[in-house]
Ligand binder design. Sequence first.
Ligand code: MD3
Ligand code: FE
Length: 207
Amino acid sequence: AWERIAIGKQACVLRGFALRWQQALLDELTHITSQAPFRHLITPGGRHMQVAMTNCGHFGWYSDRLGYRYVRADPLSGQPWPAMPSSFIELAAQAADAAALPAFAPNACLINRYTVGTRLTLHQDEGDASQPIVSVSLGLPAIFLWGGHERGDATQKLPLQHGDVVVWGGVDRMRYHGVMPVKDGASPVAHPLLAGQRINLTFRRAG
Ligand code: MD3
Ligand code: FE
Protein backbone atom coordinates (compact mmCIF):
# COMPACT_ATOMS: atom_id res chain seq x y z
CA ALA A 1 0.00 0.00 0.00
CA TRP A 2 1.30 3.47 -0.86
CA GLU A 3 0.00 7.00 -0.48
CA ARG A 4 0.29 10.10 -2.71
CA ILE A 5 0.97 13.48 -1.10
CA ALA A 6 1.12 16.69 -3.18
CA ILE A 7 4.08 18.95 -2.32
CA GLY A 8 3.75 21.41 -5.21
CA LYS A 9 1.68 22.12 -8.32
CA GLN A 10 3.53 19.39 -10.21
CA ALA A 11 5.44 17.56 -7.48
CA CYS A 12 4.34 14.78 -5.15
CA VAL A 13 5.64 12.18 -2.73
CA LEU A 14 4.54 8.57 -3.24
CA ARG A 15 5.08 7.15 0.25
CA GLY A 16 6.19 3.51 0.17
CA PHE A 17 5.79 3.26 -3.61
CA ALA A 18 9.20 1.55 -4.11
CA LEU A 19 8.75 -1.08 -1.37
CA ARG A 20 7.26 -3.53 -3.87
CA TRP A 21 10.53 -3.32 -5.90
CA GLN A 22 13.03 -3.25 -3.05
CA GLN A 23 14.49 -6.74 -3.50
CA ALA A 24 14.95 -6.25 -7.26
CA LEU A 25 16.44 -2.78 -6.70
CA LEU A 26 18.97 -4.05 -4.14
CA ASP A 27 20.00 -7.04 -6.28
CA GLU A 28 20.47 -4.79 -9.32
CA LEU A 29 22.36 -2.17 -7.28
CA THR A 30 24.80 -4.83 -6.08
CA HIS A 31 25.53 -5.73 -9.70
CA ILE A 32 25.74 -2.12 -10.95
CA THR A 33 28.13 -1.02 -8.20
CA SER A 34 30.40 -4.03 -8.86
CA GLN A 35 30.77 -2.77 -12.47
CA ALA A 36 30.77 0.98 -11.74
CA PRO A 37 31.74 1.58 -8.10
CA PHE A 38 30.66 4.60 -6.04
CA ARG A 39 33.19 7.43 -6.17
CA HIS A 40 33.49 11.02 -4.93
CA LEU A 41 33.42 13.34 -7.94
CA ILE A 42 35.32 16.63 -8.09
CA THR A 43 33.38 19.87 -8.50
CA PRO A 44 34.53 22.44 -11.10
CA GLY A 45 35.81 24.40 -8.09
CA GLY A 46 38.14 21.53 -7.16
CA ARG A 47 36.32 20.12 -4.12
CA HIS A 48 35.44 16.48 -3.50
CA MET A 49 31.69 15.96 -3.24
CA GLN A 50 30.49 14.45 0.08
CA VAL A 51 27.91 12.33 -1.71
CA ALA A 52 29.44 9.33 -3.55
CA MET A 53 27.98 8.64 -6.99
CA THR A 54 27.65 6.19 -9.82
CA ASN A 55 25.21 5.76 -12.71
CA CYS A 56 23.38 3.33 -14.93
CA GLY A 57 21.64 3.83 -18.25
CA HIS A 58 22.67 5.45 -21.57
CA PHE A 59 23.92 8.61 -19.85
CA GLY A 60 25.63 9.22 -16.53
CA TRP A 61 25.95 12.48 -14.62
CA TYR A 62 29.59 13.41 -14.13
CA SER A 63 31.61 16.27 -12.72
CA ASP A 64 35.30 17.18 -12.77
CA ARG A 65 37.46 20.31 -13.05
CA LEU A 66 36.04 20.86 -16.55
CA GLY A 67 32.43 21.11 -15.33
CA TYR A 68 29.20 19.12 -15.01
CA ARG A 69 27.87 17.04 -17.89
CA TYR A 70 26.27 13.76 -18.95
CA VAL A 71 28.73 11.18 -20.33
CA ARG A 72 28.04 7.90 -22.15
CA ALA A 73 30.95 5.96 -20.64
CA ASP A 74 32.26 5.64 -17.09
CA PRO A 75 35.53 7.62 -17.02
CA LEU A 76 36.89 5.11 -14.41
CA SER A 77 36.60 2.08 -16.70
CA GLY A 78 36.19 3.60 -20.15
CA GLN A 79 33.18 1.25 -20.55
CA PRO A 80 29.55 2.30 -21.09
CA TRP A 81 27.64 2.72 -17.80
CA PRO A 82 25.86 -0.51 -16.72
CA ALA A 83 22.53 -0.90 -18.51
CA MET A 84 19.42 0.36 -16.76
CA PRO A 85 17.64 -2.73 -15.36
CA SER A 86 14.03 -3.26 -16.49
CA SER A 87 12.86 -3.09 -12.85
CA PHE A 88 14.30 0.48 -12.63
CA ILE A 89 12.57 1.53 -15.87
CA GLU A 90 9.25 0.04 -14.73
CA LEU A 91 9.40 1.69 -11.32
CA ALA A 92 10.16 5.13 -12.84
CA ALA A 93 7.45 4.78 -15.49
CA GLN A 94 4.82 3.63 -12.97
CA ALA A 95 5.75 6.43 -10.56
CA ALA A 96 5.27 9.09 -13.28
CA ASP A 97 1.92 7.46 -14.09
CA ALA A 98 0.90 7.43 -10.40
CA ALA A 99 1.79 11.16 -10.31
CA ALA A 100 -0.51 11.76 -13.32
CA LEU A 101 2.39 12.91 -15.53
CA PRO A 102 2.87 12.00 -19.22
CA ALA A 103 4.67 8.73 -20.08
CA PHE A 104 8.24 8.78 -18.78
CA ALA A 105 11.06 6.72 -20.29
CA PRO A 106 14.27 7.48 -18.35
CA ASN A 107 17.65 6.93 -20.01
CA ALA A 108 19.83 8.12 -17.11
CA CYS A 109 19.89 7.01 -13.47
CA LEU A 110 22.18 8.80 -11.03
CA ILE A 111 22.82 6.73 -7.90
CA ASN A 112 23.78 8.79 -4.85
CA ARG A 113 25.20 7.30 -1.63
CA TYR A 114 25.03 9.19 1.68
CA THR A 115 26.90 7.89 4.71
CA VAL A 116 26.11 9.28 8.19
CA GLY A 117 26.84 13.04 8.29
CA THR A 118 26.72 13.47 4.52
CA ARG A 119 24.61 16.30 3.14
CA LEU A 120 23.83 17.81 -0.24
CA THR A 121 23.88 21.60 -0.25
CA LEU A 122 20.99 23.59 -1.71
CA HIS A 123 21.23 23.64 -5.52
CA GLN A 124 19.16 23.89 -8.69
CA ASP A 125 19.20 21.12 -11.32
CA GLU A 126 19.93 22.22 -14.87
CA GLY A 127 18.50 20.31 -17.80
CA ASP A 128 15.30 19.87 -19.77
CA ALA A 129 12.45 21.17 -17.57
CA SER A 130 9.88 19.58 -19.91
CA GLN A 131 10.92 16.16 -18.56
CA PRO A 132 10.07 15.03 -15.02
CA ILE A 133 12.51 13.62 -12.48
CA VAL A 134 11.71 10.56 -10.37
CA SER A 135 13.69 10.00 -7.18
CA VAL A 136 13.72 6.85 -5.00
CA SER A 137 14.94 6.82 -1.37
CA LEU A 138 16.43 3.66 0.16
CA GLY A 139 18.06 2.91 3.52
CA LEU A 140 18.47 5.53 6.25
CA PRO A 141 15.82 8.27 6.38
CA ALA A 142 16.74 11.84 5.44
CA ILE A 143 15.26 15.32 5.51
CA PHE A 144 14.89 16.80 2.06
CA LEU A 145 15.03 20.60 1.77
CA TRP A 146 12.51 21.98 -0.69
CA GLY A 147 12.96 25.61 -1.62
CA GLY A 148 11.75 28.14 -4.17
CA HIS A 149 13.08 29.53 -7.42
CA GLU A 150 15.68 31.80 -5.74
CA ARG A 151 18.51 30.58 -3.51
CA GLY A 152 17.35 32.80 -0.63
CA ASP A 153 13.70 31.61 -0.67
CA ALA A 154 12.36 29.84 2.42
CA THR A 155 12.76 26.05 2.49
CA GLN A 156 10.38 23.37 3.72
CA LYS A 157 11.65 20.22 5.42
CA LEU A 158 10.33 17.01 3.94
CA PRO A 159 11.23 13.74 5.72
CA LEU A 160 11.90 10.89 3.28
CA GLN A 161 11.98 7.22 4.25
CA HIS A 162 13.05 3.93 2.78
CA GLY A 163 10.75 3.16 -0.16
CA ASP A 164 9.50 6.72 -0.73
CA VAL A 165 9.42 8.06 -4.29
CA VAL A 166 9.27 11.74 -5.22
CA VAL A 167 8.19 12.95 -8.67
CA TRP A 168 9.00 16.49 -9.85
CA GLY A 169 7.72 18.01 -13.07
CA GLY A 170 6.98 21.25 -14.88
CA VAL A 171 7.00 24.40 -12.76
CA ASP A 172 8.56 22.58 -9.79
CA ARG A 173 11.56 21.19 -11.73
CA MET A 174 13.73 24.29 -11.25
CA ARG A 175 13.22 24.73 -7.50
CA TYR A 176 16.22 24.84 -5.18
CA HIS A 177 16.62 21.63 -3.15
CA GLY A 178 19.10 19.76 -0.94
CA VAL A 179 19.46 17.08 1.73
CA MET A 180 20.24 17.73 5.44
CA PRO A 181 23.12 15.75 7.01
CA VAL A 182 21.99 12.11 7.26
CA LYS A 183 21.62 10.93 10.86
CA ASP A 184 22.80 7.63 12.27
CA GLY A 185 20.24 4.92 12.84
CA ALA A 186 19.26 1.40 12.05
CA SER A 187 18.47 0.86 8.41
CA PRO A 188 14.88 -0.35 7.97
CA VAL A 189 16.08 -3.31 5.92
CA ALA A 190 19.04 -5.59 6.50
CA HIS A 191 21.24 -5.34 3.42
CA PRO A 192 24.99 -4.61 3.12
CA LEU A 193 24.30 -1.77 0.66
CA LEU A 194 22.05 -0.01 3.16
CA ALA A 195 23.93 -0.52 6.46
CA GLY A 196 24.47 3.00 7.84
CA GLN A 197 23.71 4.55 4.47
CA ARG A 198 21.06 6.23 2.38
CA ILE A 199 20.91 5.51 -1.34
CA ASN A 200 18.95 7.70 -3.71
CA LEU A 201 18.16 6.83 -7.33
CA THR A 202 17.41 9.82 -9.56
CA PHE A 203 15.84 9.00 -12.93
CA ARG A 204 16.06 11.48 -15.78
CA ARG A 205 15.76 11.78 -19.51
CA ALA A 206 19.08 13.17 -20.81
CA GLY A 207 20.74 13.69 -24.20
C1 MD3 B 1 13.78 18.59 -6.73
N1 MD3 B 1 19.55 14.43 -5.29
O1 MD3 B 1 21.14 14.34 -7.50
S1 MD3 B 1 16.35 13.77 -4.95
C2 MD3 B 1 20.55 15.43 -7.27
O2 MD3 B 1 18.29 12.81 -2.44
C3 MD3 B 1 19.73 15.53 -6.04
O3 MD3 B 1 20.06 12.47 -3.63
C4 MD3 B 1 18.85 14.44 -4.04
O4 MD3 B 1 19.26 16.58 -5.76
C5 MD3 B 1 19.07 13.14 -3.33
O5 MD3 B 1 20.61 16.42 -8.00
C6 MD3 B 1 17.45 14.84 -4.16
C7 MD3 B 1 16.28 14.25 -6.61
C8 MD3 B 1 15.88 15.58 -7.14
C9 MD3 B 1 16.39 15.84 -8.36
C10 MD3 B 1 16.04 16.97 -9.03
C11 MD3 B 1 15.15 17.89 -8.51
C12 MD3 B 1 15.02 16.48 -6.57
C13 MD3 B 1 14.65 17.65 -7.25
C14 MD3 B 1 14.76 19.04 -9.24
C15 MD3 B 1 13.88 19.94 -8.70
C16 MD3 B 1 13.39 19.72 -7.44
FE1 FE C 1 19.44 17.99 -7.45
